[in-house]
Design a protein around this ligand. Structure first.
Ligand code: ZN
Length: 432
């Protein structure tokens, strides 16, 4: 289509470098918010620590002179204008919330690297064609409510009122009630969506959270697709009773039923774990037992099930097998089983053209890269539904994340941020 004229000629890409010291300093500053034992970081969504980290970001954005916009849920957008006032904005970012006892880079890297990239543009007075917005999405992690990518899902218009019904934290606080306290009710959900015509593309830098890049000794991963989870809670209800007086054959033990299910999830997923297309992984990661005392037969056991795959069909088959097994266990043991759906997501493909563009960015700096899928979910998964989206990975030491042992080398962090800046400049200067 028509090209815009004339925007300031950019210096060659290689001359525009991020400030490594400042990037690492900012990452450090954020990791101190919510720091705990053994260097773990805990910033659960809507906790004071998470709010403080968002405050830190807002402050940094204001210092640079970005126009800060915060939507009703608390997603933060820091905007740097382009030469074309009518152009849609390139969104770049990730999230600042963490799991309980998580690491310092998951999410934070993507937000702080985007901030550094835009700070360089501002300092070097490089004005791109399109506006660039540094984004921090609220509540990417599902560890509090069992509901992932909350902020980006709202921006993409992907939150369904019915999905929120079973989302509650360990204290029983409902996500729906928290949203209501912010004035967001079910009927407001569609209006939280951002008009896709205002978004040119979405870019996210993230740690790999897996072992591939380290094993292949490659500093950069370019993501092709993101596996999506199907999640549900299972509640087994038997009969709590005295552990001394109830004969074995007369028990209706909810926890033993739950244990059968846990083993079944592993068995079924293992059958599907070696398939070339459609590797499936499944996890029971949380459980609550009642009454949970040494001298009583458990009357109630509540479990979470999380099944993921890059292939929708394989995932669907596994979910069907697991749910059939739940009903079989309940029938045989004469206890009640409820399956409460939490979320059903479909695997997402990232934008082919942007993947090629990221490859070109790597090549122009002679960086080796791996083209790979992502087993973990990310905000990019939601954004890909409304705009061309792409992701860069950097290696995670021993593939560990969601742990204080999560680590990425400063050298890789800086390289990832540099490539993010390179790609921002290229995409930002593209005419659409
Ligand atoms: Zn993350």
């Amino acid at each position: 289509m028509k090209s815009e004229r004339p925007h300031s000629p950019s210096p060659p890409l290689h001359d525009i470098a991020i400030n490594k010291r400042r990037l690492l300093r900012d990452l450090n500053a954020v990791s101190r918010i919510g720091i705990g034992d053994h260097g773990s970081v805990t910033r659960l969504v809507f906790s004071i620590k998470e709010l403080r980290s968002r405050q830190f970001l807002i402050h940094q954005m204001q210092e640079i002179g970005l126009q800060v916009h915060i939507d009703r849920i608390g997603n933060i957008f820091g905007r740097l204008d382009g030469t074309n006032a009518k152009s849609a904005a390139l969104l770049v970012g990730s999230h600042l919330d963490t799991v309980v006892h998580g690491g310092r880079f998951d999410g934070t890297l993507g937000v702080i690297a985007a901030l550094e990239a835009v700070r360089i543009l501002k300092e070097q007075k490089i004005v791109l064609l399109s506006p660039v917005e540094v984004v921090c999405f609220v509540g990417e992690e599902s560890s509090r409510f069992g509901y992932s990518t909350l902020g980006s899902s709202l921006v993409a218009g992907e939150v369904q009122g019915k999905d929120l019904a079973h989302a509650a934290d360990a204290q029983g606080i409902k996500l729906e009630d928290i949203l209501a306290s912010m004035g967001i009710y079910r009927n407001h959900l569609p209006s939280m969506r951002r008009d896709p015509s205002t978004i040119k593309a979405y870019l996210e830098l993230h740690i790999e959270q897996g072992p591939i890049l380290e094993a292949k000794k490659k500093p950069i991963g370019i993501v092709t697709s993101i596996a999506a989870p199907t999640r549900f809670r299972v509640v087994f209800t038997g009969q709590a009773n005295h552990s001394g007086t109830t004969p074995m054959e007369m028990r209706r033990d909810a926890l033993v039923a739950a244990s059968e299910l846990i083993v079944a999830v592993e068995k079924i997923c293992r059958k599907y774990s070696h398939m070339k297309k459609g590797r499936v992984v499944g996890t029971v990661g949380a459980m609550k037992i009642e009454p949970g005392i040494i001298n009583a037969i458990p009357g109630k056991a509540e479990l979470s099930v999380d099944v993921r795959s890059i292939t929708a069909n394989a995932k669907r088959r596994v979910v069907r097998l697991v749910q059939a097994r739940i009903r079989e266990i309940a029938r045989r043991r004469k206890i009640r089983a409820e399956i409460l759906p939490l979320r059903e997501e479909y695997p997402v493909l990232l934008d082919k053209r942007l993947i090629r563009l990221l490859q070109a960015c790597c090549k122009s700096r002679s960086i080796t890269y791996e083209i790979m899928p992502s087993g973990a979910g990310h905000d990019a998964m939601q954004m890909a539904k409304v705009t061309p989206a792409a992701m860069l990975f950097i290696p995670s030491r021993r593939g560990i994340s969601h742990s204080p042992l999560e680590w990425s080398e400063p050298e890789d962090i800086c390289l990832g941020a540099q490539l993010l800046l390179d790609s921002i400049i290229r995409i930002g200067n593209e005419t659409t």
